[in-house]
Design a protein around this ligand. Structure first.
Ligand SMILES: Cc1ncc(COP(=O)(O)O)c(C=O)c1O
Length: 468
């Protein structure tokens, strides 16, 4: 009998019929039993394995249902051809690079981290408690695809008061993050439309799938070089004008006008303005949003609560020009909003009662202190390093004059349990940096640890005062 190799374990938790089914299925997939082979009858196999015919019948029934065998009435069961499903031995996944376990860093300089001590837990808890109540039972039902109207009203009000943006709640679309919303925006346009991205820039890595349409445009101390955009065949441009990510450059007034003019020249041209951390500006006045200056309808404004409230909230949004709304509704009205309704209402009520602006004011002070401390430690103890992009946000750029390579510095920091990203992580096409350059995020490091964190980093970089 062909199936002599079958082994069943009566002590096993799995029922016998399932063990038998799995055994035979594996033998078929591995082609240990050739296509066309006749399987033993239920009685033969039951006797042979000392199990009931019903057990065999159940196993054969499952194999039959899944198409591994066929039944020929009054003749028997035969193995089906399944050569379109080649057997692939699965590798056992070991922990290591694939592990989802959070790493425990001594200090984490990632730009996405926020201050934990300043989060208003008591207030947030109150709003969460209030909304999880029977009086809100309608929130158990599906919500509006563009997000809760109550939250859109608050966002529209905030944008008008703080960013000079005029928009209706109807123009706002809420989603679970910039990375989720950007591809949605891109779907509103022709599939072949070329998209210009800042290089280095935020979207370089996550949106690699549109790389064939992506046009990298260099950035200097005045932000995106609009002359280069004008010479390209891009019809869309993604830009972070208030605080270029990651260089920190502010798009100059001349370039702003030039960019808006570029967009106004052709109907198909649009600017996607990502205003991700504009709330945190330490030098000079807030930079007005491009959207507010736009005379045409060419700017799609987007922003996030990841910096201003918390990155784990997963709430970001975009504001569509009225001209794009019909297209948006045509494509997306059957999609569901990606942020839980209860979370949207917690945020909306927090904003409605004025806590968001108070929170921003407090956090601005905290980040300013952290920022000033970071700059003072670096300039006092390590005057030869270069710091740039230091007028806003929650990170600066740090360039280190050294004979070591970026890779060597990074692995040395890693060994010292310090997390820091090189700027090259955000490039679309290679840029030759004279010195290894890193993104030094300070949002998540408690102010009292900043000095120690910088010394630890510089030590890991083999960079002490004596190196100077
Ligand atoms: C340029 C830029 N945009 C947006 C975000 C926030 O993205 P999300 O809304 O997906 O958290 C970040 C976060 O660091 C960013 O650097």
């Amino acid at each position: 009998m062909e199936l002599l190799f079958l082994t069943l374990d009566k002590e096993d938790e799995k029922p016998l019929y399932e063990q038998l089914y799995l055994n035979i299925r594996q033998a078929i997939i591995r082609q240990d039993i050739a296509t066309g082979t006749k399987l033993p009858s239920k009685r033969q196999l039951g006797d042979f394995l000392n199990i009931s015919q019903t057990t065999v019948e159940l196993a054969y029934g499952q194999l039959l249902a899944e198409g591994y065998i066929i039944s020929k009435p009054r003749v028997g069961y035969f193995v089906e051809a399944i050569d379109e499903l080649p057997y692939v031995e699965k590798e056992t996944i070991v922990s290591g690079p694939l592990s989802d376990e959070p790493s425990s860093y001594r200090f984490d300089f990632s730009p996405g981290k926020i201050d934990e001590a300043g989060f208003p837990f008591r207030l947030w808890r109150k709003y969460a408690k209030d909304i999880y109540d029977e009086s809100s039972k309608q929130l158990l039902q599906p919500g509006h695809p563009q997000g809760e109207y109550a939250l859109r009203i608050e966002i529209a009000r905030y944008l008008y008061e703080s960013r000079g943006i005029h928009c209706l709640p109807e123009q706002i679309v809420i989603g679970s993050g910039t990375e989720q919303l950007l591809p949605m925006i891109l779907r509103l346009f022709n599939k072949t439309a070329k998209i210009a991205f800042e290089n280095p820039g935020y979207s370089a890595i996550p949106h690699a799938h549109i790389q064939s349409r992506a046009i990298p445009i260099a950035v200097d101390e005045e932000g995106l070089i609009v002359d280069k955009l004008e010479k390209s065949d891009a019809s869309l441009v993604y830009i972070t004008p208030s605080h270029q990510f990651p260089t920190g450059a502010v798009l100059s007034a001349t370039r702003r006008t030039q960019l808006l003019k570029w967009a106004a020249q052709e109907q198909s041209r649009y600017i996607i303005e990502d205003d991700y951390d504009s709330e945190f500006r330490y030098i000079g006045k807030p930079i007005p949003a491009l959207q507010g200056l736009d005379k045409g309808d060419n700017v799609i404004y987007m922003s996030t609560f990841s910096k201003s409230v918390m990155p784990s909230l997963r709430v970001a949004y975009f504001v569509l020009p009225l001209t794009l709304l019909p297209k948006y509704r045509e494509i997306f009205s059957y999609y569901s909003a990606t942020v839980p309704r209860f979370d949207q209402h917690i945020l909306a009520n927090f904003m409605r009662d004025g806590h968001f602006s108070k929170h921003l004011n407090r956090m601005r002070k905290i980040y300013r202190k952290k920022h000033d401390k970071l700059i003072s430690v670096l300039s006092k103890h390590y005057p030869a390093v270069n710091i740039s992009g230091d007028s806003a946000g929650m990170h600066v750029l740090l360039s280190v004059p050294t004979t070591l390579t970026e890779k060597e510095l990074q692995s040395s920091a890693q060994q010292a349990k310090l997390h820091i990203q090189p700027i090259t992580r955000y490039i679309l096409t290679p840029i030759a940096y004279e010195q290894p350059t890193f993104i030094l995020g300070f949002g998540g490091i408690p102010i009292e640890d900043i000095e120690e964190a910088i010394h630890a980093l510089m030590k890991a970089f083999h960079y002490t005062n004596s190196t100077l």
